[in-house]
Write a protein that binds this ligand. Structure first.
Ligand code: SAM
Length: 229
């Protein structure tokens, strides 16, 4: 007898349907987040390296995923103007988590005007290698919006385990998210992680988003449970 086989292509819409299903009842939170992220745009004026930030749809997928899984300790590569950091932090605050985020940016030293409960530690003008070398303990979420190096993988291995969820921005074509995935796939700890494609334009459009998302996830297979309901 053959096993039932669920592909990445078929599973990804199911994942996003489940994680984003509460969007309608959280319209107020989405509006608040949208307004706060718009204000962060002014931080570009202080950037030494002025580059892209994440879209509202991508921010919402980070927010919804952080709430869904209840992440408490996140690390991020690529702070820039902090839209992604802010989205994770707001979600942790909403969950009432004792949250903590470590985030680095090699080219910028922008201070995020965060005053919520979640503790932010910014590694300004620090590379991922420098930040990872100074972190202790395990993180349950890792968001990569910068390019990781081979040296980073050895350091990352010390602060993640088989249960850590990974997110990769710019997961399209030959962009850095795809390059990062190839690197991460060499880590034995991530051998049992399942790839989730970014939420599709169609799914996001049905929820009222006009922007797209390029944030893919690597989900530990042991975090996927079948339900008889
Ligand atoms: C696309 S931007 C990040 C956008 C940010 N997540 C946001 O929501 O506004 C990427 C940033 O990552 C930084 N970066 C890229 N690779 C890095 C690395 N290996 N270590 C630290 N920072 C890195 C760049 O300097 C750049 O500012």
């Amino acid at each position: 007898m053959r096993p039932f086989n669920l592909s990445v292509k078929n599973f990804s819409p199911v994942f996003w349907h489940t994680v984003l299903t509460s969007t309608d009842e959280r319209r107020n939170e989405l509006e608040q987040l949208s307004a706060e992220l718009a204000q962060l745009e002014s931080l570009r004026a202080g950037a030494d390296y002025n580059t892209g930030s994440i879209t509202l749809a991508a921010a919402w997928t980070l927010y919804a995923t952080t709430r869904y899984f209840g992440f408490q300790r996140a690390l991020e590569v690529g702070t820039f103007i902090g839209k992604s950091t802010w989205s994770m932090a707001r979600a942790m605050d909403r969950e009432g988590a004792n949250g903590e985020i470590a985030t680095c940016d090699a080219s910028n030293d922008i201070q995020l005007p965060w005053n919520g409960r979640t503790r932010l530690t910014q590694y300004k003008r620090k590379t991922s290698t420098q930040m990872l070398a100074s972190l202790n303990g395990l993180f349950d979420f890792c968001f990569l919006d910068g390019r990781v190096t081979d040296e980073d993988l050895l350091l990352l291995d010390k602060v993640i385990d088989q249960n850590t969820v990974i997110a990769l921005d710019d997961f399209e074509g030959m962009e850095k998210g795809v390059a990062n995935l190839f690197k991460l796939r060499t880590m034995p700890k991530l051998g049992n992680h399942f790839l989730i494609y970014p939420a599709s334009v169609e799914q996001l459009g049905k929820l009222g988003f006009s922007s797209d998302s390029t944030v893919a996830f690597l989900l530990p297979a042991n975090r996927i449970a079948l339900s008889n309901q």
